[in-house]
Design a protein around this ligand. Sequence first.
Ligand code: PHE
Length: 354
Amino acid sequence: MQELRDKYIQAIGSAADEAALEELRVQAVGKKGEISLKMRELGKMTPEERQTAGPALNALKDEINSALAAKKTALADAALDERLQAEWLDVTLPGRDRRVGSIHPVSQVWEECTAIFADMGFAVAEGPQVEDDWYNFDALNIPGHHPARAEMDTFYMHRAAGDDRPPHVLRTHTSPVQIRAMQAQGAPIRVIAPGRVYRADYDQTHTPMFHQVEGLAIDRDISMANLKWVLEEFFSAYFGTKVKTRFRASHFPFTEPSAEVDIQCSWEGGTVKVGEGDDWLEVLGSGMVHPKVLEAAGVDPSQWQGFAFGMGIDRIAMLKYGIPDLRAFFDSDLRWLRHYGFSALQVPTLRGGI
Ligand code: PHE
């Protein structure tokens, strides 16, 4: 019995893990373990032998069981210690720096325009960037031979030999959305259409892709006076200061009469300030929608009339935020984006907040 005891106590003491410990438990006190078998032999003993061997075996079993339990706890403690060491974490270390992205000035100004015009009752309309040439030109009273087609430096989509679909272009302006919106909704209608437009042109103030916001308001008695009011309201809200406009007679095939609109500004030391001074800066084209355009869109020109305008989003972004070169808008230079970009939390709101 002493031998058994020494053997197991020693083995338990040096067991490396729980699995080894469990093996020892089965060997010693399991159903067919050495000690259990010895206990079964008690039956064959004389009562006198049993009187000493019984309690001794029971004591041995208890001793082994408690040695097993103690070792089990010790092993678990050691494992926990080891884990705590391995998983130790210094929560006072500075965080890893991760740059937050920024909202592009075009996106910001796009949202600002949408918010201001929405406040005046304009909904947002959309059209495709790859546009049918009927929508981009013909429906806007620009027939095939019209010089405006050439002037616009249009990108034509490639057509495979034998493709007899109407020619498609990258839209040169957002004006085709006027037609699509009127076809879809009829009159009365009040929409803006912000979007990308394309012309083959590249210098400090022109890029082959840029952004416009179209405006269209058709009702029974809408006039140029309403146009002027809407634009002055818009510019005053957008620039956060009262802005006067100047209308200059102009020509667009899709409006009659037509006007180019300038906003009041001053030039001081090479920087432009909007809403003060005696200078003027051209910002958009506009006019009363031509009866032929209404007709092409299925709106009866004897019943309905209204205005339209088209404004450069990039241009008014440059003006408001003092950005000198348009080309940088589309260079994806992170330094530029960080400098001119907006926090995602700077959500445009009406007046003051913008
Ligand atoms: N589509 C014209 C342009 O891109 C602008 C415009 C729109 C003019 C609506 C009049 C009316 O230059």
